[in-house]
Design a protein around this ligand. Structure first.
Ligand code: FMN
Length: 353
């Protein structure tokens, strides 16, 4: 399946695996790349030294085309960015803020920049600042959420920018891909769906919890880490109202995050300053960021939470990335055939695949 996105990235299928801290590791990214999509490695949740090793692994295990996702409010973001530039990663992605303008750095020749945005104003702004494509993320998405539904946002942006638009938020199958293409996108990016694949590193127990969750189990709130974030959460977190109800967690989580990122106190403070510029509740941010990481790494959701999109309710299996991507393309082709066919004789309007 060819679109302007597949041409831009020189990939077989217009499918991107989104950056997900502690989930989008080399095993997942390289499986997606080998299956014909674009895998994006997550920088957040770890030290810059580990990130460099991971990029070098991907340079060996892929044909060279993969992305790196930066979180500009994560501890050691400047180091993550420096490593990505030094290692000449082919595609750089980010949400929340533009790493190039934040650090007054010119985008290197040969590097593509594909940021994630949540509204038209942001899409126009990243296009003006030289983005090669834009991921538009609807309110359905897992993680830090936007406010507008994909159904509205994708055509709104596609009608107003010239760069390729990638739809994100709420996609898990070929009907979704076909719908996104109809709405004007050139491809889709999926987080939650790729988190529940064979090659995803999250522990089996947590994958089972995702599989058992339905759409109503997914909660959007700023209580988790100070920013509006869509998650599934454990029993104890159902009563969680903020860090002040668990003050003993604060020093434990700060020390744990400092260790995971290999960060100095100065680097931790710099991350906090970045979050403050975006008006986050700082204590909530520090505690939440680490509760999220620990939950994903250990698979223990009892006292924590894990980002999830609304689409989790439609995910019922754990395929390999190759099976998933091939299935999505076959389903999208079938959906296109249905669109072109006479539907007057169809009984339920369901896509038979
Ligand atoms: C487990 C998980 C972790 C995520 N971590 C990040 C992250 O580190 N950086 C980021 O920009 N977005 C992150 N996101 C958002 C995804 O990149 C993506 O935009 C979103 O999952 C798309 O919506 P979907 O879940 O409906 O597919 C995360 C999402 C999930 C589900």
């Amino acid at each position: 399946m060819k679109t302007r996105l597949t041409d831009l990235l020189n990939i077989r299928c217009p499918i991107i695996q989104s950056g997900m801290a502690s989930v989008a590791t080399p095993s997942l990214v390289s499986a997606v790349c080998k299956a014909g999509g674009l895998g994006i490695l997550a920088a957040a949740g770890q030290s810059a030294e580990v990130l460099r090793d991971e990029i070098r692994q991907l340079q060996k295990t892929t044909d060279g085309m993969f992305g790196v996702n930066l979180v500009p409010i994560a501890p050691r973001f400047p180091d993550h960015f420096r490593v990505a530039l030094q290692e000449k990663v082919p595609v750089l992605c980010s949400g929340l803020r533009n790493p190039f303008s934040l650090t007054d750095t010119k985008k290197p020749a040969g590097m593509m920049y594909i940021p994630t945005v949540g509204n038209l104003k942001q899409a126009l702004s990243v296009e003006r600042s030289g983005a090669d494509a834009v991921i538009v993320q609807g309110v359905e998405a897992g993680g830090h959420a936007s406010k507008i539904s994909s159904m509205i946002l994708i055509p709104e942006v596609a009608e107003n920018v010239k760069i390729p638009v990638v739809g994100a938020g709420g996609f898990c199958d070929g009907r979704g891909l076909a719908a996104a293409l109809m709405l004007g996108a050139e491809g889709i990016a999926m987080g939650t769906r790729f988190a529940i694949t064979q090659e995803s590193p999250i522990p089996a127990a947590l994958k089972e919890i995702y599989l058992k969750s339905d759409t109503a189990d997914v909660v959007l709130s700023s209580v988790w880490d100070g920013f509006p974030m869509r998650v599934i959460r454990g029993e104890k977190m159902k009563r969680y109202r903020g860090w002040w109800t668990h003050p003993w967690d604060l020093p434990i989580m700060i020390l744990s995050a400092k260790k995971a990122y290999g960060a100095s106190w100065r680097e931790m403070m710099a991350a906090v300053k970045g979050a403050r510029l975006l008006h986050a509740n700082l204590m909530q941010y520090l505690v939440g960021m680490e509760k999220n990481r620990i939950c994903i790494v250990t698979g223990d959701i009892s006292r924590g939470f894990s980002p999830s999109g609304q689409v989790v309710g439609r995910i019922k299996d754990i395929p390999t990335c190759r099976e998933l991507i091939n299935r999505i393309i076959a389903e999208a082709d079938a959906a296109r055939d249905i669109l072109l066919s006479d539907r007057s004789s169809s009984t339920h309007g369901a896509v038979a695949i």
